[in-house]
Each structure stands twice: as C-alpha cells, then as structure tokens.
Design a protein around this ligand. Structure first.
Ligand SMILES: NC(=O)c1ccc[n+]([C@@H]2O[C@H](COP(=O)([O-])OP(=O)(O)OC[C@H]3O[C@@H](n4cnc5c(N)ncnc54)[C@H](O)[C@@H]3O)[C@@H](O)[C@H]2O)c1
Ligand SMILES: [Zn+2]
Ligand SMILES: [Zn+2]
Length: 448
C-alpha cells in the first residue's frame, strides 16, 4: 500500500513528544486504564483489509476532565469508512472501534463539563476539537491543534488535522461511535444538543454528511445562477446536489457510473430538476469533459465538486502506480474537473485524498485560471447549528438519502453490502438496543 509505505518512512524520520491536551490513541476500551472491564458493550472493530467484526469490549470511562460518555442511539456508515475498510488509510490497528457519525444520550460527564448534562440527547461532530485554540476560535474545528498527537501529518501536509472518531491513529486514534457507548473528549464542544422535534434519524447526519456537503457547496463558492457539476452520487454527492440548488444554482449535473449508475436514478427521483451523466453510457470516444462541454454551450459548468475519492480510478495506470508505491491517489478526477469547467472556473475537492498523485494537469490549471479548492475535513461546528434550524424548518431533508435501518449487531454484513454499493442502499441508520422505534418517514428495521 503506497500510502502506508509513505507514512512509515515519514514516521521513522520523526518522533516528537506528545502534543495533544487529552488522552489519544484510546481506540478500544479493553485496557484497564481506558474502560470499565466489568461492564461489557458491543462495538464494531476493524480486523484488517475488508474485514470488520462486532466484538464485546469494556465500557468507556471518563479519562480527561472534559470527557463525556455517550450512550449511542444512532450511527451510520460513511463513504469514508470504506477507505478504512479498503486499507487505504494508514495507521489503523486491528481492534480499533470505527464510526465517526453518531448521536445518543449523555450517560456521564467529566468534572469540567458545564454545558452538557446527563440525559441530554446529543449529536457528535466527526472531528474532535478543544474549542479554544487558534483554529477552534474561528470555528475551523477540523484543524484543532490540540487533539491529535500524531506527527506524520506535520511532515506530509505541513500541519496536522484534528482528532477524528474511529478513523485511525493518523488522526488521534479515538474509538468511534459504531458502538453502544463512546467516549467524547471535550464534550461541551463536540456535542450539539438535539431538540425534541428532531429525531435521531434526522439529527444524526449533522455529525458529518450534512455539514460536509454544505461546506463543499459554500466553500467552493456556489452562487446564484451557477451551473454545478458533481462527481459521485453517494450520500455526499446527493446532498451537495440538493444544497447547490438551495444556494441558488440554476442547473446541477450529477456524474456517476459505478454499479450500473443506480444512484443517479435514486437522486433524480428525489430532485427531479437534476440532470445526470452516467460515464459508462457515453457515446464511444466521448469523455466526461467533452459531454459536460456539450451540455453547456461548449464552455462547461461554472463549478465542479469532487464527491468520489482519490482511490477510485477508471484506468489501469493508477493501479500499477499504487502497486509500485509511485502514488497514493489518482489525478484522474481532478484532471476531469479542471478540463471540464469554464476558464477561471472553481473546482472543490471534498472526496478523500491521502497523499500524492502523478500526471496532474498543472498546465490546464495554470493556463486557464482554474481555482482548485481543497474543501478540507469539514469544519462541522461552523455549520451545524444553522443546519439544525434548517432541518426544524423542513427546508433541508436528510431523510432523502436514508434507505435502510439495521442493528449494530449486523454491521459486518452491512459493511460488505455498503461496500458493494448494493442497489438501493444509499445511506443507512444503525440502531442499538438503546434506540427509540423508527421516527415517522424513516425506514423500518431490516432484520438480517
Ligand atoms: N471532506 C470531508 O470532510 C468528508 C466527509 C465525509 C465524506 N467525505 C468523502 O466524500 C466522498 C463521498 O462520500 P460518500 O459517503 O458519498 O461516498 P460513497 O462511497 O458512498 O460514494 C462515492 C460515489 O462516487 C462514485 N464514483 C467513483 N468514481 C467515480 C468517478 N470517476 N466519477 C464519478 N463518480 C465516481 C461511486 O460510484 C459512488 O457512488 C468520500 O471520499 C468520503 O470519504 C469527505
Ligand atoms: Zn464521514
Ligand atoms: Zn482546538
């Protein structure tokens, strides 16, 4: 794995003292100092490439003064979990508990908790922030400087990102929320209270997919009248399409083609004015860029947004270059976006890229004035209160993407199906034994 190789080399070159202000690398609670071993909980753990397992482990306990223990009532699988499942993200260890989108009820709080109270219904942000550093003060919480002690990113990216729940030791090594209980550091900062009129099946998605999609749209600068093209029709691409219209786009073109392109029809059913482009059904010799030009007076869309990922390539070159350790990500989609948009157009990258790519079309970027924008790990805290109010006013519709409800105990099978992008499975809701019955309008339980 090219990414792991790059990371290992960098790790050997650098070892720094721990710089986080909280206990990191608590990715499972089975060690005495991390959990109550007398009390067992169920949790989904990573076991190796394409292998996950529900295990019994210890119940988490308060380790730092700001910790809050949440009893989970809802979680889900994100497209980002597939990058972990595939072994694409380095520094994941066997037995790590996954899951970075979850909501629940506060079970206990550390002595420093002022806002969050036992019994509150809450949703967590996927990244973990202190609330008080340079970036947190600007609500750029995904870049918090105090919750991730891992030094690899300093070398690879020139800075570190914040800690993330259930997402490898590269981002702090925190146990995730695909579990019955989870430890939430700085609970006052990283938990948002859910009001009674917002059920888990809607509020849960503020953790990540809603905030991420909103960030992709506003950070790439979608404005009134724009034509927006979106790569990837998964849950993120779907919400980016809905939020682009919400923010004034005149036309939205959604591109996919994986697995028969069923996701394009799925989204179109919910957003009839959407236009779709299935790259597997293009006329012979026509590229995605050419098709987008044809659909847009030969000039192309104003804005392109990448909601797929750097591990998904259509050609063989990337496969061999990864194998040889020559790149971690493909530049295919980036080049497609750059050559598709109008001159001086904007391209936002929200799909996950890990490291380096070859064959990047820097010429097209420079010569035609393309603005390539890394949207970053989404700064959820910047948007989630606003998005919660839009949910309450029924102006945005998280349930548009939710197709299934499963039990935590069935997650091994659900991961495999989600990874196959089984037709009809867009976004799932994972219940635990603590969940309420399905809210009106949300899917009923599928028993496996
Ligand atoms: N930046 C962030 O904060 C953040 C947060 C959440 C998710 N993400 C990332 O956003 C991406 C999308 O998330 P998701 O949950 O919707 O994932 P997903 O895996 O469910 O969907 C990705 C879609 O992209 C399609 N795709 C693959 N290659 C393509 C290509 N060449 N052209 C067009 N479409 C292509 C796939 O067929 C699939 O339908 C993932 O990479 C995820 O990790 C980023
Ligand atoms: Zn995610
Ligand atoms: Zn911070």
């Amino acid at each position: 794995m090219a990414t792991s190789r790059a990371a290992n080399i960098v790790e050997k070159a650098m070892r720094h003292p721990d710089e986080a202000s909280i206990a990191t690398d608590v990715s499972n609670y089975s060690k005495d100092k991390y959990g109550e071993r007398a009390q067992k909980i169920k949790a989904l753990t990573w076991q190796g490439k394409n292998s996950v397992k529900v295990v019994e482990t210890a119940k988490p306990k308060v380790l730092d003064d700001g910790d809050v223990i949440v009893k989970v009532t809802g979680s889900t699988i994100c497209g980002s979990d597939l990058h972990l499942y595939h072994g694409f993200i380095p520094e994941l260890q066997k037995g790590d508990i996954l899951g970075h989108e979850f909501c629940g009820v506060v079970e206990s709080v550390g002595p420093a908790s002022k806002k969050v109270k036992v019994g509150d219904r809450v949703v967590a942000s996927f990244s973990i922030s202190c609330g008080d550093c340079y970036y947190c003060k600007q609500k750029l919480n995904s870049m918090c400087e105090r919750t991730n002690a891992n030094q690899i990113l300093n070398v690879m990216y020139g800075r570190r990102t914040a800690g993330v729940f259930g997402y490898s030791h590269l981002v702090g090594g925190f146990a995730g929320g695909q579990a019955e209980y989870v430890r939430v550091p700085y609970g006052d900062v990283n938990l948002l209270k859910l009001p009674d009129d917002v059920p888990d099946e809607k509020g849960l998605y503020l953790s990540d997919v809603l905030s991420t999609s909103w960030n992709a749209v506003v950070d790439t600068g979608v404005k009134k009248g724009d034509v927006v093209a979106i790569w990837g029709a998964g849950p993120v691409g779907q919400m980016v399409a809905e939020f682009s219209f919400f923010n004034g786009a005149s036309r939205v073109i959604l591109i996919d083609g994986g697995d028969g392109g069923w996701r394009l029809d799925f989204v179109k059913k919910r957003v009839p004015k959407l236009e779709t482009l299935d790259y597997t059904r293009l006329p012979k010799g026509e590229s995605v860029s050419k098709a987008l030009k044809r659909m847009n007076e030969q000039r192309g869309p104003d804005v392109a947004i990448e909601c797929a990922a750097g591990e998904y390539a259509k050609g063989w070159a990337h496969y061999f270059e990864t194998l040889l350790g020559m790149e971690t990500d493909t530049s295919e989609l980036l080049n497609e976006m750059i050559t598709s948009v109008k001159a001086f157009g904007r391209c936002g990258v929200t799909g996950v890229y890990a490291g380096y790519c070859n064959h990047f079309n820097i010429g097209a970027l420079m010569q035609t004035g393309i603005r390539l924008i890394g949207n970053g790990q989404a700064p959820v805290h910047r948007y989630w209160e606003h998005l919660l109010s839009l949910i309450r006013e029924d102006k945005i519709r998280p349930l548009d993407m939710v197709t299934h409800r499963f039990k935590l105990e069935d997650l091994e099978t659900v991961y495999a199906s989600f990874n196959r992008r089984e037709p009809g499975m867009q976004k799932v809701f994972i219940q635990t034994k603590f969940s309420s019955p399905p809210a009106p309008g949300s899917p009923t339980l599928t028993e496996l």
